[in-house]
Design a protein around this ligand. Structure first.
Ligand code: SF4
Ligand code: SF4
Length: 499
């Protein structure tokens, strides 16, 4: 097309658009000047990471939190509140249970408000504390760093330590056998959140031929867990997780992040001993506290160099803090060259605890929470629908009475079975056949019941009348519906005359 130019392929890194003599345009465009992604080599192949463990103060605290969380994640589907699992996300039935409260498919508004609260809580926590969730609580980090990686180090040796090549293949094989067992347990725990522990239990102990779909589901989820924690690992945080992509928008210069103190650390370089410094016959440059040992890089589970500044891949795990603190202890310098801080704090700029987002998010949260409570309080204990049976017109009995066949659908929102009694209260002369009808509905379920309404036609002059139905359990509900008499020949009422 005339006038159209092929757009340049621009990588995430700084591109030097000037062509180097002897290098073709395509080579020049595709070869980045610096690392595009911490887990990619220059040629685009995967850079496999084996981070060194830095068991400092933050790692010890994270380990306590992680094991408590693993226990919580594993036990939550088994905990019963009001006879229901603490968390059950039943997608098939469209029922979502959170700590004894079940949201049904009719509760879209409630569920929507609940999700808005969840999102704004995440926004607020991120604005205040950066990626504290990623580094300390996310199941991906928790299981990878405190379950799968320790097993890998046990079988294959810790990075940075002397390794033996003896039985390397066997040790690798055993590592994957244990990974498989853990992944199987994880997949069952994961599925328990969606189908409940009883169903998962029946799948585990039933024959795969009785539950072929369930078997494929468990096998597929186990395979995904094994793939994630055995191979894919930090790629989830670096390239898949949408939350990581939002960091730039959710944090600001005052959010708590992990930072390298450039002013204190640069210029970097190895320090000479006092004797060598004194014997040197040239003036040596004054160096900062960073001795360029790269321990902070070697320990990073996403392979980044925090000294390059805040980066998208940083999950806030604080391993670089622990690594650098250990180095500072060794060279007798104060800890905190890498530390929890904010961009403004580390650059000695004014810090603001109260920023627009830190005020607006809680305000929205309070408003949405108030709306959530108001909707919750206004909810009936039962959802009731009443309508005419499709395709069934009125019927005239030999006695001359007119009948309509109606149907009610009742969703019991209580946690115990409920029996509902159906009667007609208005107008006079209209009743449910045999006086009333009843229906019993299990908790959280929907029941359906047909019933016949009989009317004395004399009192009516139109072909449709509105009747009021009362449904009672412990509470009374009333519903208006239409009684249909189209085609019925009404007797004319006697004319009244003035005496
Ligand atoms: S661990 Fe500390 S001293 Fe070593 S390279 Fe990193 S910042 Fe510099
Ligand atoms: S830079 Fe530090 S805090 Fe960020 S992911 Fe790497 S080790 Fe963790």
């Amino acid at each position: 097309m005339k006038g159209w130019k092929q757009p340049l392929i621009v990588s995430h890194c700084r591109q030097d658009r000037t062509r180097t003599p002897g290098i073709s345009m395509s080579e020049s465009l595709l070869k980045p000047n610096e690392r595009v992604l911490s887990t990619l080599n220059d040629d685009g192949s995967r850079r496999w990471l084996k981070p060194r463990l830095s068991p400092g103060r933050f790692w010890l605290r994270r380990r306590v939190v992680a094991y408590l969380l693993i226990l919580t994640y594993s036990l939550l589907p088994f905990i019963q509140i009001n006879g229901k699992p603490a968390i059950l996300l039943d997608l098939m039935k469209r029922e979502f249970t959170f700590f004894g409260k079940t949201f049904l498919s009719h509760d879209t508004l409630l569920f929507g408000l609940f999700m808005i609260m969840v999102f704004f809580t995440i926004f607020l926590v991120t604005a205040l504390f950066g990626r504290i969730w990623c580094g300390w609580m996310c199941p991906q980090t928790v299981y990878l760093e405190f379950l799968y990686r320790p097993i890998e180090r046990l079988f294959e040796g810790a990075p940075g330590k002397k390794k033996t090549k003896k039985h390397a293949g066997l040790r690798r094989f055993l590592k994957f056998v244990i990974y498989l067992v853990i992944s199987l347990h994880l997949s069952q725990t994961f599925l328990s959140y969606f189908v409940g522990t009883t169903v998962v239990h029946s799948w585990i102990f039933g024959s795969p031929f009785d539950h072929p779909v369930a078997f494929i589901l468990v096998a597929g989820t186990t395979g995904l867990m094994l793939f994630d924690f055995g191979f894919f690992r930090e790629q989830v945080c670096c390239v898949v997780c949408p939350y990581a992509r939002l960091q730039g928008a959710l944090t600001d210069q005052d959010s708590l992040i992990i930072t390298y103190d450039k002013e204190r650390g640069d210029p970097r370089g190895r320090k000479l001993s006092k004797a060598k410094t004194e014997s040197a016959d040239v003036t040596l440059p004054v160096l900062g506290d960073c001795i360029d040992c790269t321990m902070c890089v070697q320990t990073c589970p996403t392979g980044i160099d925090i000294r390059m500044g805040s980066q998208l891949e940083c999950i806030g795990c604080a391993q670089c803090i622990d690594a650098c603190d250990a180095v500072m202890d060794k060279i007798d310098r104060p800890r905190g060259l890498i530390r929890y801080s904010s961009e403004n704090a580390v650059e000695h700029k004014a810090q603001h605890l109260l920023r627009p987002r830190v005020v607006i998010y809680p305000l929205i949260l309070v408003l949405v929470f108030a709306g959530f409570i108001a909707v919750l309080m206004s909810k009936n204990h039962a959802n009731i629908w009443i309508g005419r049976e499709a395709g069934l017109p009125f019927y005239t009995l030999p006695s001359g009475e007119i009948t309509n066949q109606l149907r009610t659908r009742i969703t019991n929102r209580e946690s115990v079975p409920m029996t509902y009694t159906i009667t007609v209260i208005e107008p006079q002369g209209v009743t449910v056949s045999r006086g009333s009808a009843t229906i019993t509905v299990e908790p959280g379920k929907e029941g359906s019941q047909k019933f016949v309404v009989i009317a004395q036609p004399e009192a009516f002059t139109t072909s449709q009348i509105e009747i009021v139905i009362r449904i009672t359990d412990n509470i009374e509900y009333t519903k208006d519906t239409i009684f249909e008499m189209k085609g019925h020949k009404f007797k004319a009422l006697p004319e009244t005359t003035d005496d």
